[in-house]
Design a protein around this ligand. Structure first.
Ligand code: ADP
Ligand code: MG
Length: 597
């Protein structure tokens, strides 16, 4: 007796079902994709018990003739590809022709469908893969599919399902993504008769996001539309304004060719673009549509997963990073006040927190007039660093609006000695004085190093420092480099040094403490002897950290100037340590809170 047998279609379908459909949300996904492929402009999804006991998907798409309806339930029946080579070029969602038979093999399945030009529809009932009934029925053009008692006949699989609320959460989240992917399709999602969300056909993505996630999220986003003529890549959609971050990545939605996907490459590229622009550990909300040639993406890594791979991950990463960085840089420019030349002079001297009564420290001690640190030029700002590193990619940015002349923020008052409350064109802003000051000083220090030789100031009395042997060795190893950067430190005995000059940005009385910290930092970084900007970034961070903070009360004028200087920074939204520098409540948010009259 032969032990090798050919599986019946029914068993094969049940096995395939395990691959294609892991859980109820996969059923919803397959059926909604079919509805979209069928050109539906209205889709309704209803489910009960996390989809385990009941799922219904109804659409007004093109429907199926009686023959097509039967055929669609055959394994590998699909109207979407003919040959294996087509697999590379599929742009519709389904293409395996396995979803319907697989679902029907592990549930009580009912399909009602009617195509244009047919007087009646067709109703087909299948139970665990067995055809029970096929008959005519009256219905409008379109398709209704009901899936009941999912996996009842496959206890092994049912065991792996999560609780109802968990499965429900998956379904609601994923249907929202489909709704975002297709703003022009009207969606309604019901859980056991209760509407979870619904949205009419929307003109654009922004309206759809507002419908589903709320106006306040939509208000926090700016449009992206960047294409690269060379590769044909295009990234469009909405992305968080600089400074807007959320605690989870649930609202960081990426789609490839209108299909919601998970991709580490895309996720990292987006997070990279926001580096320094949002608080550390937070995620930018964004709805980003990547359009690329279908053969550039492998959507079929796993049929039930949303994970995709790109043929050229590196190129995609660079493109997305550059596209978003450039969009954010453009948005930051728009936010900046335009009245530069008039205030430039003033800013050179006062961009840092300064005591209200400048008795102890005349400004010239910090920024000698002979060599003022050059402020960042707001008119033609240097592109942000992430964008710089991917300059190879040429992108066309269409920023949302031409730069308007935005009047600077107007200070209302100082609060709690640490916040400035401002009235701005967009709303009310609380400025965190210390974080803002750190950001301004940080960029100023970095800027001075970009200009090769930073201004130096000699100490009236050289300051001696004794170091322990290992620290001494670290300092000696880096001495040439340090001395080329505005310091003058001489070794004058075993483990003894003399600080004779420090960079203009460092206050003389902090020279020793700073040098000690810097030596610690150099030791932590080990023998790698990192030079250039990277190392200076760390040094500059050190310089603006707590021990070098100025705690004096600020004058109102100084606070206003701090705000102006902050808005001129390359990345004004966070402190060098990644803390927010300011927080805004927009006028539209106030309107929402009080309600319109
Ligand atoms: P695939 O989508 O991979 O082709 P499916 O098993 O999901 O395979 O569907 C099989 C076929 O049934 C589709 O190719 C399509 O022709 C037809 N079909 C499925 N759902 C619908 C629908 N909602 N409206 C019209 N036709 C549909
Ligand atoms: Mg399909």
């Amino acid at each position: 007796m032969s032990s090798i047998r050919i599986l019946s279609d029914r068993v094969a379908n049940q096995i395939a079902a395990g691959e294609v459909i892991e859980r109820p949300v996969a059923v919803v996904k397959e059926l909604v994709e079919n509805s979209i492929d069928a050109g539906a402009s209205r889709i309704e999804v209803e489910f009960r018990n996390g989809g385990k006991s009941y799922i219904r998907i109804e659409d007004n798409g093109k429907g199926m003739s009686p023959d097509e309806a039967l055929l669609s339930l055959e394994r590998h029946a699909t109207s979407k590809i003919c040959e294996a080579s087509d697999l590379n070029e599929v742009s519709s969602f389904g293409f395996r022709g396995e979803a319907l038979p697989s679902i029907a093999s592990v549930s009580r399945f009912t399909m009602r469908t009617r195509a244009e030009g047919w007087e009646h529809g067709t109703e087909i009932k299948i139970n665990g893969g067995k055809l029970i009934e096929k008959k005519d029925c009256g219905m409008p053009v379109g398709t209704v599919i009901e899936v009941a008692q999912l996996f009842n006949s496959v206890p092994a699989r049912r065991k792996f399902l999560k609780t109802d609320p968990t499965e429900t959460a998956h379904i609601t989240y994923n249907t929202r993504l489909f709704a975002v992917a297709h703003p022009k399709v009207a969606f309604r999602v019901l859980e056991g008769g209760r509407t979870v969300f619904q949205s009419p056909a929307c003109e654009n993505l922004c309206d759809r996001v507002a419908e589903i996630w709320g106006r306040s999220l939509a208000d926090d986003l700016i449009p992206v539309d960047v294409s690269d003529p060379q590769t044909g890549y295009r990234l469009s959609g909405l992305t968080a304004k600089p400074g807007v971050g959320r605690s989870t990545r649930r609202e960081l939605v990426t789609l490839v060719n209108r299909r919601p996907v998970d991709s580490r490459t895309l996720g990292f590229a987006v997070l990279d673009a926001y580096h320094g622009r949002i608080q550390k550990g937070r995620y930018p909300p964004a709805f980003l549509f990547l359009e690329i040639q279908p053969q550039e993406v492998d959507v079929n890594v796993h049929p039930a997963k949303r994970e995709v791979r790109f043929r050229n991950e590196g190129a995609i990463r660079r493109f997305v990073l550059a596209a978003i960085s450039d969009t954010l840089a453009a948005a930051t420019r728009v936010e900046r006040p335009n009245s530069v030349p008039r205030t430039l002079e003033k800013l050179e001297n006062v961009a840092v927190i300064r005591p209200a009564a400048p008795a102890a420290n005349p400004p010239s001690a910090q920024f000698p007039n002979s060599a003022p640190p050059a402020p960042v030029q707001p008119v033609a700002p240097a592109a942000t660093k992430p964008a710089d590193s991917v300059r190879a990619v040429k992108v066309e940015v269409r920023p949302e609006a031409p730069a308007k002349t935005a009047p600077a923020w107007r200070l209302i008052t100082l609060l709690k000695k640490q916040y400035g409350l401002f009235d701005t064109p967009h709303g009310i802003v609380m400025l965190h004085l210390r974080h803002a000051d750190q950001r301004v000083r940080f960029e100023r220090i970095l800027q001075s190093y970009r200009e090769s030789s930073p201004p130096s100031q000699g100490l009236l009395i050289p300051h001696p420092v004794q170091l322990e042997p290992l620290a001494s060795e670290a300092l000696r190893n880096h001495l040439d480099w340090i001395n080329a950067q505005g310091f003058r430190i001489e070794e004058f005995g075993r483990h003894f040094y003399r600080i004779e000059a420090v960079p203009a940005w460092l206050e003389p009385e902090q020279a020793e403490a700073f040098v000690r910290d810097m030596v610690d930092l150099l030791r932590q970084r080990g023998g790698s002897r990192q030079r250039g900007e990277l190392a200076w970034e760390a040094v500059a961070k050190l310089a603006v950290e707590g021990s070098y903070r100025r705690s004096d009360l600020m004058s109102e004028a100084a606070i206003e100037q701090l705000a102006e200087a902050l808005l001129r920074c390359e990345t004004p939204h966070t402190s060098p340590a990644g803390k927010p520098t300011y927080s805004e409540i927009s006028w539209s948010e106030w309107e929402r809170r009080f309600g319109k009259d």
